[in-house]
Ligand binder design. Structure first.
Ligand code: DAH
Length: 345
């Protein structure tokens, strides 16, 4: 019996050495015979007790050798079969079949408009300052010289955070002026784009959230003429070289003097159309010289420094540029609407 076992192991070892299974089924047969839980080597191992003492060692070594070799060979066969299967699959690939079209995303018209405005100001040395949308009362109102009893502070207009008389959703990007002036020293030349919130009834012309870009320039000897020339440059870059501007006196708590700026209607060339309501002019921003009190509030000496500021809404400009007649379209994220701007500007 023991001699038989020895012969059998030798034969099996030979068989393993010569094995060269072709195809997944043959590999599986090899696995079952030599590696699986009921493999043929297992019962043979028990035979060691019947092997005469002087042969026990050889027998043990042989059977271990068979086991190790079977496992190693099986691993190779398995990988070969895998590669072969992949190659077969690759051969079935039809490289001439038309590809699946990639659905490319596109920029939102508000982002396109915003990016254009940012680029124009970056060319003359303004840097982008981004700040928080949840603001405190001081940065949004007090620092900006807006008195306690100003109607803008009313719950009707401002979204306050629940149970807080202090924290609110910023109603304009002018809050960034206070953020920057209290943390940076002049010269300051920033533009602050971002989202703002107001408790307005949503309609075709107004929304409770929209975007603004704020501008602030503080240095020694900054004048109203500097502001006018900067904004004139902006208007021409944005709306074309024939664009004219018009500054109308206005009031904002944080600027003195204050103005509203109109650009000549670029849709009808000031001849009169729906967009300019037949006036030839379109209002695009508020602006003015930074009120000395605002500088004081933010720790800047108005005897040394002066500056100008401006703020403009983005949605209305995007709507004019693309003749969009309902602001709500800009917030609905309807792909059919957004797709139209993929090649725009
Ligand atoms: N903050 C104003 C608004 O929300 C816009 C504005 C007007 C900003 C005049 C300014 C400015 O910086 O100087 O309507």
């Amino acid at each position: 019996m023991s001699v038989d076992a020895m012969t059998q192991v030798k034969e099996l070892l030979q068989e393993i050495e010569n094995a060269n299974p072709q195809g997944p089924e043959a590999v599986e047969q090899f696995r079952v015979r030599f590696v699986g839980t009921k493999n043929i080597l297992k019962p043979l191992m028990g035979e060691i007790r019947n092997v005469p003492g002087e042969l026990k060692r050889d027998f043990g070594q042989l059977i271990n050798q068979a086991k190790t070799l079977a496992e190693a060979k099986f691993e190779v066969f398995r990988l070969q079969a895998e590669v072969a299967a992949e190659e077969a699959q690759a051969q079935n690939l039809d490289l001439t079949a038309p590809g699946e079209p990639l659905d490319l995303g596109s920029r939102h018209p508000v982002s396109i408009t915003l990016n254009r405005i940012i680029q124009i100001f970056e060319r003359i040395g303004f840097v982008v300052a981004e700040e928080r949308e949840i603001e405190d009362d001081w940065h949004n109102f007090s620092a900006m010289n807006t008195p306690e009893d100003h109607p803008a502070r009313d719950m009707q207009d401002t979204y306050y955070l629940l149970n807080s008389a202090e924290m609110l959703l910023r109603t304009h990007t002018s809050s960034v002026q206070a953020r920057v002036m209290t943390t940076q020293k002049p010269p300051i030349r920033i533009i602050a784009p971002g989202r703002v919130y107001r408790n307005e009834t949503i309609s075709a012309r107004s929304h409770c959230q929209f975007h603004q870009v704020e501008g602030l320039y503080i240095d020694k000897g900054v004048s109203f003429a500097d502001m006018k020339q900067t904004l004139y440059y902006f208007a021409q870059e944005m709306y074309g070289p024939h664009t004219k501007i018009r500054l109308r006196p206005s009031f904002f708590p944080f600027t003195e003097p204050s103005a509203e700026m109109d650009v000549s209607c670029f849709i009808c060339n000031s001849k009169g159309c729906n967009v300019c309501k037949y006036s030839g002019w379109v209002e695009i921003m508020g602006c003015g010289m930074v009120d000395p009190q605002v500088l004081i509030n933010c720790g800047i000496d108005p005897e040394v420094y002066s500056g100008f500021a401006f703020g403009m809404g983005i949605e209305r400009q995007a709507m004019m540029l693309y003749t969009i007649t309902d602001i709500r379209l800009l917030f609905e994220n309807d792909v059919r609407f957004l797709k139209q701007f993929s090649k725009a500007l």
